[in-house]
Write a protein that binds this ligand. Structure first.
Ligand code: NAD
Ligand code: MN
Length: 476
């Protein structure tokens, strides 16, 4: 299969103006995978100009029905190419092939959802004081920049591109420099499905090289960003200059709260994948486990046993649950946290070592006796590391759950309905699941409290973020 290795601008693949390329390495084998054109400032200008032209001269006047049809056509092509796209993601970032297939399917479903949603995204008629006719409508913004991370490149790309297009915007998609391949295919397939050239451009390249230019470009009306809190803060500062619209989906340090009255055995068996899925490189990873002391010891025993059973290895094999980390650098960062934990006297119930052989692998680590001031308890690690602590008192536990700048996701295990409602109300997070670990539903809003972000992806809510509310008054 030929891997895409050029920018996708104005309906076709092309090299960057500078000719610069970024080498990609397969993280499971440490062998070279491809060299992909890296966009530079001149490419940003060309792509934004072309996107704006396509928007102004054509796309913004498409009827909702025509947009619906092309969105369904894109979804169909994504499904036809599901296996190719999944194989690409597997090789590019070491994503287990089963997960990769699920994520491409999820991306297609996002297009289907917004294909249908856009004709149900209603305005109001308002009985204004002076009579006449007053109505609101959702106007597209223009050209939107979507900047995405490397951990879930395809679904996160889709959950920005699809609502933005459905609402009538043009989009510049900037994938992370480590994971440009499926984004480039998305650009090409969308065009093949009938999206006019220029409406979706895909610009791989380093954030340090083109990020600021995208964020400050006067023709970019909104930046929809998913990534680290640090870069999110930087984007917010830059965006303040011309009051650019932003939405930010940032880091997390999400809790997994297990009460003794819960089906804690099921919690213990399912919780390892709530933090170790995607090798822990997940903004929703439940990396802090709070277990009521009465069941702490048996919970830990089952949790560790379930962790030891996880299939770590070649992401191309269908039975693999954990592939390698995305890069040597990411593994080194995670190992710094493990060193810190060792120095502070945390107990490793399992994991934390590199298996022998090639690939940026790391065995999933369960840490006990982690102090509340320790880095492993406080900071987002973004790797296969979890800390488990017992708690006695619900109120003190919730205070500790909320004593973090983050507030993205979390799980809560209890069979006491009143407790479930009470705790769900008190946890400061944008999404929370009770007796489950699911965080993402295409139909429901996704995003963070506090420094986990601003704005919401997915659901009908995302459409609000890609439109301005316009009020029109008509005299009678
Ligand atoms: P990152 O912040 O390093 O990079 C994200 C994107 O921003 C990349 O495309 C990068 O090239 C770009 N970028 C870098 N500098 C930029 C600049 N100056 N201007 C504009 N863009 C710039 O994040 P990452 O390492 O790719 O991903 C890991 C982080 O993403 C973690 O913190 C994780 O929690 C977060 N994340 C959040 C969510 C969520 O939905 N809340 C989902 C996935 C990942
Ligand atoms: Mn990064």
């Amino acid at each position: 299969m030929k891997l895409p290795d050029q920018l996708f601008v104005d309906g076709s693949y092309r090299d960057s103006a500078s000719g610069r390329r970024t080498p990609l390495v397969n993280p499971a084998t440490e062998t070279p995978l491809a060299e992909v054109a890296a966009a530079d400032l001149a490419d940003v200008d060309a792509a934004v100009d072309s996107a704006h032209r396509a928007w102004e001269s054509n796309w913004r006047d498409w009827t909702p029905g025509k947009r619906t049809e092309v969105m369904y056509a894109i979804a169909r092509l994504l499904r036809e190419h599901l296996e190719d796209l999944a194989q690409i993601e597997c090789q590019n970032i070491g994503k287990p092939i089963g997960d990769a297939r699920d994520e491409i399917g999820l991306g297609a479903r996002v297009f289907e959802f917004y294909a249908g949603a856009i004709t149900k995204f209603c305005g109001q008629t308002i009985p204004v004081w002076r009579g006449g006719f007053d109505y609101t409508l959702h106007a597209p913004l223009g050209v939107v920049a979507a900047i995405v991370p490397w951990n879930f490149p395809f679904p996160i790309g889709c959950w920005k591109v699809a609502p933005a297009l459905a609402a009538g915007n043009a989009v510049i998609l900037k994938p992370a420099s480590l994971s440009p391949l499926t984004a480039l295919k998305l650009g090409q397939l969308a065009c093949e499905a009938g999206l006019p050239p220029g409406v979706l451009q895909v610009l791989p390249g380093a954030g340090s090289a083109i990020g600021d230019a995208l964020v400050t470009h006067p023709l970019i009306r909104k930046v929809s960003f998913t990534g680290s809190t640090e870069i999110g803060r930087h984007i917010m500062e830059l965006a303040s200059r011309d009051l650019k619209r932003i939405s930010l989906e940032l880091g997390g340090k999400s809790p997994n709260i297990v009460f003794a009255d819960a089906d804690w055995e099921r919690a213990a068996e399912t919780s390892p994948m709530s933090v170790f899925a995607n090798t822990g490189q997940d903004c929703c990873a439940r990396s802090r486990v709070f277990v009521e002391r009465k069941v702490y010891e048996p919970f830990v025993e089952k949790f560790v046993a379930a962790t030891r059973k996880l299939a770590v290895g070649d992401p191309a094999k269908p039975e693999t649950q954990l592939g390698p980390l995305v890069s040597a650098g990411q593994r080194a960062t995670v190992e710094e946290y493990l060193t810190d934990a060792r120095q502070r006297g945390s107990r490793f119930a399992c994991g934390g070592n590199r298996p022998v052989g090639k690939g940026y692998y790391l065995e999933p680590a369960v840490l006990l006796e982690v102090g509340q001031a320790d880095r492993c308890w406080r900071e987002e690690i973004f790797g296969p590391v979890v800390a488990v602590r017992p708690f006695d008192d619900e109120t003190a536990m919730i205070r500790e759950v909320n004593a973090t700048p983050y507030g993205l996701s979390g799980s809560l295990w209890t069979n006491d309905l009143r407790r479930a409602l009470r705790v769900a109300r008190q946890v400061e997070s944008g999404v929370l699941s009770v007796n489950s670990h699911s965080s993402v539903h295409v139909e429901a809003p996704f995003g963070g409290f506090k420094q986990s972000g601003i704005g919401r992806d997915l659901g009908m809510n995302a459409l609000e973020g890609y439109t301005e509310l316009k009020n029109v008054y008509v005299a009678e």
